[in-house]
Design a protein around this ligand. Structure first.
Ligand SMILES: [Zn+2]
Length: 489
C-alpha cells in the first residue's frame, strides 16, 4: 500500500472514539478510512488537525425535516437547509422521519420522502417511518417492504388524536417489527391525561403558552413509558423510547433495561437546558419553547444528567422540529390562540453536539468518549448503520474535526437552518465543529459550506442489534412452559 494512494490525510489531531482518545493520522481512500497510524505521509489533500479533536461525525437520530404535522403544518427546514444545519452542527448523517398520515400507503410515503431528500441532502440520510394507520395492508405488506429496503425503524405515538394507535395497535406493530427484526420507537404520553388537563385549563381560561408545560404532566409520560414497555415485554419486541423528559420515565428505562428487556432510549438537550420557566414570557414568546413532552425543571435536569452518566440513555438527539415564530409555523392558527393550537417543537439540530460537548465534556459531566457514544456510535449500532459511528479502517470516512477551545455565544446565524429563532440564543458554548466530512468528502470546511446540494446518499440500514438484550418471556407466551397455546410471535 502506497502512502500516496490516500485521497485525504487528516494529520496531527487527537482522535476520539467511543472507547479511546489518542493522537494519530487518518488516511482516507474512496470514501472510507483506509489507515489510522501514528504518522501518514501523502494524501492528495492534507488536513491539519493540530490542536483539534477528530471524532466520528454525529448521527442525528431524531429530526423532523420536510415533514407535515398531522395538522398539516410543514416544517421550516427541507432536506437542504436541514442537512446543512446538521452538518454545521458536526453531523455527517441523519435519520429524519417519513410520516404516514392516516389513509396513506407507506410505499407512497417513502416515495414522497425520497423526492424530498435525494435531490437536496448534503449528508447521508435514512428515515424512520411514522406509522399512524396500521391497517392490515400496512402491517402485512407495506411495513415488511420498507424494512426490506433498509428502513428498519419506525415511530408510533401514544398521544395526539390523529396519530395514537391505542394499545391494540401498538401490540400489532410491535409484533410485526419483532418478526422482521425492526425497531419500534415510541412517543410516550398518556393522551387522555393530557386531554383532561387541557379541558381543566381551558375552563379556567388558562391558555397562554406557559400552560402547555402544565398540560402534559410528568405522570402522563411515566404512565405511558411504563405501558409501552409492558406492551413490548408481552411480545418480547425491541422498543426505543424517544425524548424521555422525566426522572420517573428514565428510572423505568433503567430498571427494565437492567432486567434484560430489549429497550433503548434517548433524551434531548432541551430537557437538560431549558425549564418550564422559559415558556413564561410576555405575549406569545413562550411558544418558541413549546415541545412535547414539555421541558420540566432544574431537578429533572440533574436527574437526567445522572442517567446519562449511568448509561440509561443510548443517545442524546435533537428532536429538531423547526416551526418558525410566524404564521407558517408556531402562529399558523393565529397570533393570539390558546396553546393547544400552537405548533409543537423547537429547532436544535445544529446545537445538539456543541451544546452537549460544552455542558457535558467541557464541564466534566461526561468524557469525550461518552460524548461520541451518545452522539454517534450508539446510534450507528442501534439504527443499523454498520459502516458509520467510529474511526477505524473500513468505516465510512464520516468525521468531524472540532476546536475544543473555541468559545462563542450562540446566535441564530450559527444555525444555518431556515428558522427565525434558536432556543439556545445567547448561551456561551465552548467547543465547536469546524470541518465535517461525509464518506471522505468535505461538507463543511472551516465553517464554510463546501458540499453540493444532493450529494448525500440514502443509507439502507441493518436490522436492530440486540446483542446483550436477552429480552423478556411472558410465561403465557413461553413455549417452554407448555401451556398448550403456541401463539408467541
Ligand atoms: Zn420528534
Amino acid at each position: 500500500m502506497s502512502d500516496f494512494a490516500f485521497d485525504t490525510v487528516i494529520h496531527g489531531g487527537t482522535i476520539v472514539t467511543a472507547t479511546d482518545t489518542y493522537k494519530a493520522d487518518i488516511g482516507i481512500r474512496d470514501g472510507r478510512i483506509a489507515a489510522v497510524a501514528e504518522s501518514l505521509a501523502g494524501g492528495t489533500k492534507r488536513i491539519d488537525a493540530t490542536g483539534r479533536l477528530v471524532m466520528p461525525g454525529g448521527i442525528e437520530g431524531h429530526a423532523h425535516i420536510a415533514q407535515e404535522s398531522s395538522t398539516k403544518i410543514m416544517t421550516a427546514d427541507d432536506y437542504y437547509t436541514g442537512s446543512v444545519s446538521a452538518a454545521f452542527g458536526g453531523n455527517s448523517s441523519f435519520i429524519p422521519f417519513a410520516a404516514q398520515h392516516r389513509g396513506q400507503s407507506l410505499d407512497d410515503v417513502v416515495a414522497i420522502y425520497d423526492e424530498r431528500a435525494a435531490p437536496n441532502s448534503v449528508i447521508d440520510y435514512s428515515y424512520h417511518l411514522i406509522v399512524s394507520d396500521p391497517s392490515p395492508e400496512v402491517l402485512e405488506e407495506q411495513l415488511p417492504r420498507a424494512f426490506a429496503r433498509g428502513i428498519t425503524s419506525f415511530k408510533v405515538f401514544m398521544t395526539y388524536d390523529l396519530l395514537n394507535l391505542g394499545d391494540g395497535g401498538m401490540l400489532d406493530v410491535l409484533t410485526v417489527a419483532k418478526t422482521h427484526g425492526a425497531l419500534t420507537m415510541v412517543h410516550a404520553e398518556n393522551n387522555d391525561m393530557v386531554k383532561w388537563m387541557n379541558k381543566r385549563l381551558a375552563a379556567k381560561g388558562l391558555t397562554a403558552p406557559k400552560y402547555h408545560a402544565i398540560s402534559r404532566p410528568e405522570l402522563a409520560e411515566e404512565e405511558a413509558i411504563n405501558r409501552a414497555v409492558t406492551l413490548a415485554k408481552l411480545v418480547d419486541a425491541p422498543l426505543f423510547v424517544v425524548h424521555v423528559s422525566t426522572e420517573a420515565g428514565a428510572a423505568i428505562i433503567r430498571r427494565e433495561t437492567q432486567a434484560g428487556v430489549k429497550l433503548f432510549a434517548e433524551t434531548c438537550p432541551q430537557y437538560l437546558a431549558l425549564t418550564r420557566e422559559d415558556l413564561d414570557r410576555p405575549g406569545m414568546e413562550g411558544a418558541k419553547f413549546m415541545c412535547s413532552p414539555p421541558v420540566r425543571d432544574a431537578q429533572t435536569q440533574e436527574a437526567l444528567w445522572r442517567h446519562i452518566q449511568a448509561g440509561t440513555f443510548m443517545s442524546v438527539s435533537s428532536d429538531h422540529a423547526p416551526y418558525r415564530y410566524d404564521e407558517t409555523g408556531k402562529l399558523f392558527n393565529g397570533a393570539d390562540v390558546p396553546y393547544p393550537k400552537i405548533a409543537n417543537g423547537m429547532p436544535g439540530i445544529a446545537m445538539r453536539l456543541p451544546w452537549l460537548f460544552s455542558e457535558g465534556v467541557v464541564k466534566g459531566r461526561i468524557s469525550a468518549n461518552q460524548f461520541v457514544a451518545l452522539t454517534s456510535t450508539n446510534a450507528a449500532k442501534v439504527f443499523g448503520m454498520a459502516r458509520k459511528g467510529s474511526i477505524a479502517p473500513g468505516f465510512d470516512a464520516d468525521i468531524a474535526i472540532w476546536d475544543p477551545n473555541e468559545t462563542r455565544v450562540v446566535s441564530l446565524d450559527d444555525q444555518h437552518d431556515n428558522m427565525d429563532y434558536t432556543p439556545f440564543e445567547g448561551l456561551t458554548v465552548t467547543g465547536w465543529p469546524r470541518t465535517v466530512l461525509n464518506r471522505g468528502e468535505l461538507v463543511v470546511e472551516e465553517r464554510e459550506l463546501v458540499a453540493t446540494r444532493g450529494r448525500g446518499r440514502f443509507v439502507a440500514r441493518d436490522t436492530v442489534d440486540l446483542t446483550g438484550r436477552p429480552g423478556y418471556r411472558a410465561p403465557e407466551l413461553d413455549p417452554a412452559r407448555n401451556f398448550g397455546a403456541d401463539i408467541a410471535p
